[in-house]
Design a protein around this ligand. Structure first.
Ligand code: GYE
Length: 328
């Protein structure tokens, strides 16, 4: 360990962290630890809201173990205040590096400044912050969410290229204020606005969860006649919405075409089954790259300010082909 903390003190601090996290889901440690030059990372996860998140957590935990990095992990249950508490506890524990996936974009400057003052480097993973001062973190590893929104819009434009009739779209947004919700909305809107036949007739948050996706889609189906297309910012909300659509006696994928983002197993299965029409991939397997970046940052090496994840898209036919080999 870089900062030589005795096992006793460490245990005490971990207990403090659990206590201070309150309803925040607590803190657990994993990894091989040991050796004087091993790295301790404090990782504050958004929550466990989706299949994507579960796969991301597993990727981070497995890769920490493989990289010999001791991981202190906490789940913020989609609450910014829990993430701020977790980051403060990592600062107190003098971890070597902090990585986190910020639930929303705004409101991080104070706590990031505290980490900077304590000389603990921070890596953003998966989601971005909107801080003007980019020296508050070393790098941001994750997807280009605007690009994802554009890919969703491009599919729609192509799918409806032969019609002049209005296309009524309902949108299930991700967590309000989160980078993927903001950017997936913006990228999609930018592409479809080129043709006035595309109309977003209702747009509301489903908080990236299946339950909320179902609930909001039920409300859309009651309040909005003639829905042609659903654009859901993740698979889980799309899967919840499919239940609502079937419950209303309509056929998902036919009566209402569905576009989602992520490409987790359950989403890909629904795509292969014809219930979803198109999925934009967003990879949760960020762990290995995160650990590589962490090692470099702790050694004081230069890392790129932005590392973008490589991603693709899937049609129903493509989903059938790759389904059996999906890792998540
Ligand atoms: O798309 C969604 C999850 O931040 C990219 O968060 C991530 C998003 C992902 O809940 O399923």
């Amino acid at each position: 360990m870089f900062k030589r903390i005795s096992a006793l003190v460490l245990a005490g601090l971990t207990a403090m962290a659990v206590a201070s996290c309150g309803g925040g889901g607590g803190t657990t440690s994993a990894g091989t630890g040991g050796g004087d030059d091993s790295i301790t990372m404090g990782f504050s996860q958004v929550g466990a809201e989706s299949g994507w998140r579960t796969a991301n957590t597993k990727s981070v935990q497995d890769s920490a173990k493989n990289a010999g990095i001791t991981l202190k992990f906490s789940d913020a249950q989609q609450k910014q205040e829990n993430q701020i508490k977790a980051i403060r506890s990592y600062i107190q524990q003098k971890v070597d590096i902090i990585a986190f996936s910020p639930v929303v974009e705004s409101g991080w400057d104070t706590v990031l400044k505290e980490a900077q003052n304590a000389k603990i480097p921070v890596i953003l993973t998966d989601r971005a912050v909107d801080s003007k001062d980019t020296s508050l973190y070393k790098t941001f590893l994750g997807s280009d969410f605007i690009e994802e929104g554009k890919k969703a819009g491009q599919w729609l434009v192509e799918e409806y290229k032969d019609t002049k009739d209005p296309v009524n779209i309902v949108e299930l947004q991700g967590t309000t204020g989160s980078a993927p919700a903001n950017d997936r909305k913006a990228g999609f809107a930018e592409v479809i606005q080129a043709d006035t036949k595309f109309k977003i007739v209702a747009s509301q948050t489903g908080d990236f969860t299946r339950a909320k996706g179902k609930e909001v889609m039920e409300a859309f189906l009651k309040s909005t006649p003639d829905i042609d297309v659903l654009y859901a910012h993740n698979d889980d909300m799309g899967l919840g919405a499919i239940e609502a659509i079937e419950g209303a006696g309509k056929v998902p994928g036919k009566d209402i075409k569905i576009i989602t983002v992520d490409a987790v197993k359950d989403g890909m299965q629904a795509l292969a089954d014809g219930k979803i029409n198109f999925i934009v991939e967003c990879s949760p397997l960020l762990g290995p790259q995160l650990m590589d970046l962490a090692k470099k940052v702790v050694k004081g090496e230069q890392v790129p300010a932005r590392v973008v994840t490589e991603e693709t898209t899937f049609t129903q036919e493509q989903a059938k082909q790759v389904l059996s080999t999906r890792q998540y």
